[in-house]
Design a protein around this ligand. Sequence first.
Ligand code: G1P
Length: 316
Amino acid sequence: MRIRKAVFPAAGLGTRFLPATKAQPKVMLPLVDKPIIQYVVEEARDSGIEQIIFVTGRGQRAIEDHFDISFELERVLEGKIRDTTDKAKRESLEAMLEEARGISNMVDTAYVRQKEAKGLGHAILAARELVGNEPFAVLLGDDVIYGPTPCLKQMINSYSRYKCPLIALERIPGDEISRFGVIDGTLVDERLYKLSGMVEKPKPEEAPSDLAIIGRYILTPEIFEILGSLPPGKGDEIQLTDGLVELLRRQVIYGYEFEGRRYDAGDKLGFLIATVEYGLRNTELRDDFREYLSNLDINTINGTDPFPKKKTDSKQ
Ligand code: G1P
C-alpha cells in the first residue's frame, strides 16, 4: 500500500531552545527565510505524501496559520501589485504572492491536539484516528535533511520493495550517541539493516552500535495498538523506540542509512550550523554571505572581541 499520510509530532516544549521557544513553536524558528518545519513539509511533499497530520500542543497555532491561506497578506500584496508601475518591483511582489499561495497549497493538512507532552509515542498515538488502517510516515521537525533525493523518498523506495516498517539511520560517533535511539542489526542490502534490537538514549558504553535512529520513520498501523498499552519509559514518557521494540517481536523492521546531510535544527549549535550552510546554499544570499564569511576574522569578530578577558584573568 502506498504511503499517503505523514504524521508530524510538533507538540514538544522546545526546552533545548529556551527562551526563543517560550511563546512560539521551535519548528517555526526561521532557517534563513523559511520556518524549520517548512523544509520538512517540503521533503514530505517531494516524497509523494498527500496529507500531513500535525500533532500540536497549546501555543502552536502559528503552525496552522503558516500552512493556511493568509487573506490579509494576499490582499495587501495584490493591492501593491496593482498600484506599482515599476516592472521589477511588480515581478518581485508577484513572486512573493506566488510563494505565499504555494505554502497553503503545498499539501492537505489535518491537526490533532496532544493535550499533554507525554513523549513521542504518545504524540503518534494521538494521530491514530486520522491515520486509520494504513502504513504511514513520521517526520520529526527538528531533523532537517539536505540531499539530492529527499530522505523520505529514499525510504519509501526501499519500503515499496520490502513492505516492512523502516526507520532512518545515521552513524553517530562517540558519546553523542546517547542523545538518540540506537539500533542493533545486520546489513542485508545496500544501506539496509535488518534490526534485532533498539534502545532509547543508552549510555555510550551500553549502545549496541553507532547507528542512531533519525527522525524519519515508516510505520504500520499495528504500532498504535502497541503504543496504546505501553508503560512510560525513559524520562517517564511514552517512547516510540519502546513501541518499536515490541513491534519487532511481531514484524521484521528495517533501518535505512539515508544519503544526505542532517541538521539538528532543534539544538542551538545545530541550528547555527544549519543557518550557515543553508545561507550558503541560498541563491539570493550566497555570494554576499560567502564574501562576508571569508572576510570574517573569527577571533575578533571584526574588531569586537567575542572572548573578552574576565577581570580575574587580567590580574595574572
Ligand atoms: C527522538 C527519538 C529518538 C531519536 C531522535 C531523532 O528523540 O525518541 O529515538 O533518535 O528523536 O531525532 P528526541 O530527539 O525527540 O528526544
